[in-house]
Design a protein around this ligand. Structure first.
Ligand code: 13P
Length: 253
């Protein structure tokens, strides 16, 4: 009942020339079939040009971050209404790099989630534990704290218009992918926590896996019952690598 979403988080990579080539390659190579969507998330300066290039194609565009404020004296920030204005459909919220490097708290992540939805943008809420937290056996407690902050602020119904991404921090950019079973365990836990409040919402929400996903391991991960797509970093920067994951998703539908 849930479609796959294959999303590329370009992080702080790209240039006008490189993006044009990448988007052209993705648009030209979108696998045939339904049951999955493709999304690319470029850095802010390139959003509008990527929206224009992807217009009319199967590729949607999202941002990597957004302010929790509507407008005003917030130098350097970008408002959710601005993302909607230029045609963004999604925004990544609470990526572990934002939490770790820029001190974003779960409360701030929740505020950004609410602000994005208020502007009609679908938030992709990132959750994930560090290696130390996993080794200490606190993975589920960490996920619960991050998820509950948003559940308490927004309510479970808000997840009818949101995506969740489970991204174990130890798997991001390390080549150390979570095994399909490790990922499925956490995805099942996340869905179960939502189901305790509303089974229908839980059954409908897309939960993506992120962390060293690539063509070779995508089918194993995407074949798990609670994994509904990927949030891909490194392998989203080359059209062929990204499309290999999209093909794995298309092959499972
Ligand atoms: P990698 O695919 O490079 O591990 O990055 C994952 C990620 O952080 C996506 O948001």
């Amino acid at each position: 009942m849930r479609d796959f979403l294959v999303a590329g988080n370009w992080k702080m990579n790209g240039s006008t020339a490189a993006n044009t080539e990448l988007v052209a390659g993705i648009v030209a190579g979108v696998p045939a079939g339904s049951g999955f969507s493709l999304l690319v998330c470029p850095p802010f300066p390139y959003l509008a040009s990527v929206v224009a290039q992807a217009a009319g194609s199967a590729v949607k565009v999202g941002a990597q971050n957004v302010s929790e404020h509507e407008k005003g004296a917030f130098t350097g920030e970008v408002a959710p209404s601005m993302l909607a204005d230029i045609g963004c459909d999604y925004v990544i919220i609470g990526h572990s790099e934002r939490r770790a490097l820029y001190g974003e708290t779960s409360a701030q992540v929740a505020a950004k989630f609410l602000a994005a939805q208020a502007a009609g943008i679908t938030p992709i809420l990132c959750l994930g534990e560090s290696l130390a937290e996993r080794e200490a056996g606190t993975t589920e407690a960490v996920i619960d704290e991050q998820l509950d902050a948003v559940l308490e602020a927004a309510g479970v119904d808000a997840f009818a218009h949101a995506v969740i991404a489970y991204e174990p921090v130890w798997a991001i950019g390390t080549g150390m992918t979570a095994s399909p079973e490790q990922a499925q365990d956490v995805h099942r836990h996340i869905r179960g926590r939502l189901a305790a409040q509303n089974e229908n919402i839980a059954a409908g929400v897309q939960i993506l896996y992120g962390g060293s996903m690539k063509g070779e391991n995508a089918a194993g991960l995407l074949g798990q019952p609670d994994i509904d797509g990927g949030l891909i970093g490194g392998a989203s920067l080359k059209a062929d690598d990204f499309l290999a994951i999209a093909k794995a998703a298309a092959g499972l539908k």
